[in-house]
Write a protein that binds this ligand. Structure first.
Ligand code: BTN
Length: 285
């Protein structure tokens, strides 16, 4: 692992001190932070890489990005929300990405449930191509505590979250479209004409993430996050086919509930889907 900038940047946030480490080459920014998390590193560490040799995505798929073509970043977090609500943290990152790209470059992106970043597409248009994705991994620290201390109970309940973002920024179109999923992939430089500054975008995403993340507590209800997510989620209103370990579901997505599950009208009933690989079709409304 070589650092491509021989400095660690400190960015004071509203509730977290972000410490950004840059790597020229690393196996995976998520794996790096998972190791750090297990060995007791507190939240706030952010890893950004120019290139990953073993980048991975959801469902154990490889995440391939040519050197310097993408924003590859991960964050180590200790969310205050219950572990069952940790999907809200991932929603906060998706919103930060979509809003930052819009603010800096004017491009309108959307979220494909649960956490893909796609080009926006209107009714009657085919679903937007994928520009990026987010992978969240729960880590329990290997902290040895004494069972008689009240600290032990707190530590036992504490989980850490490593969330990683891969976002295609400056790809050679031919190279991108030759990849396995290339025909359904897209890069930001295909959508905007202005030059894209990866570090500036990373800082903007961190700033926007920090704002909403600071408000997340164990008791406050993240209603605003959920409603903003619904507004930017392109999956709502689409006919979909969803493959998961529990089988497949086909129907029209009616909504996303407060637990982050998709409500799918399958004809005979409303089916709730919590995980799965979504194939999107046309928009119904
Ligand atoms: C997906 O499957 O869509 C999620 C892809 C997440 C990829 C990012 S790249 C930075 C971080 N490091 C990894 O190994 N994965 C995530």
């Amino acid at each position: 692992m070589d650092k491509y900038q021989d400095k660690t940047e400190l960015i004071p946030g509203q509730s977290v001190k972000w410490q950004v480490e840059y790597f020229d080459k690393i196996d995976s920014t998520n794996s790096y932070l998972a190791i750090k998390a297990r060995s007791g590193e507190p939240e706030g560490l952010v890893a950004v890489a120019n290139y990953q040799t073993s980048g991975h995505g959801r469902l154990n798929r490889p995440w391939v990005a040519e050197q310097g073509s993408s924003l590859l970043m991960s964050m180590l977090l200790e969310p205050k929300v219950e572990i069952t609500n940790s999907h809200v943290v991932v929603m906060v990152l998706s919103l930060a990405v979509v809003d930052s790209v819009h603010e800096l470059y004017g491009a309108k992106l959307s979220i494909k449930w649960p956490n893909d970043i796609v080009e926006s597409s209107g009714p009657g248009e085919p679903p937007g191509r994928k520009l990026g994705g987010i992978l969240s991994e729960v880590v329990f620290p290997e902290v040895i505590t004494h069972s008689y201390s009240s600290q032990a109970d707190n530590n036992a309940k504490k989980y850490k979250l490593v969330i990683g973002l891969g976002l295609n920024l400056i790809w050679d179109s031919e190279a991108l479209h030759q990849l396995e999923f290339g025909q359904r992939a897209c890069s930001l430089n295909e959508l905007v004409t202005v030059s894209i500054d990866r570090d500036q975008l990373m800082s903007k995403i961190l700033e926007k993430f920090d704002c909403r993340y600071a408000d997340l507590g164990p008791s406050n209800s993240p209603k605003e996050i959920l409603s903003d997510y619904r507004l930017r989620c392109d999956t709502v209103g689409r006919r979909v086919a969803i493959e998961s370990q529990n089988g497949s579901v086909e129907g029209v997505v009616l909504d996303i509930d407060d637990t982050g599950e998709l409500l799918v009208d399958v004809g005979a009933c409303i089916s709730r889907v919590s995980v799965g690989d979504v194939i999107e079709f046309y928009k119904v409304n």
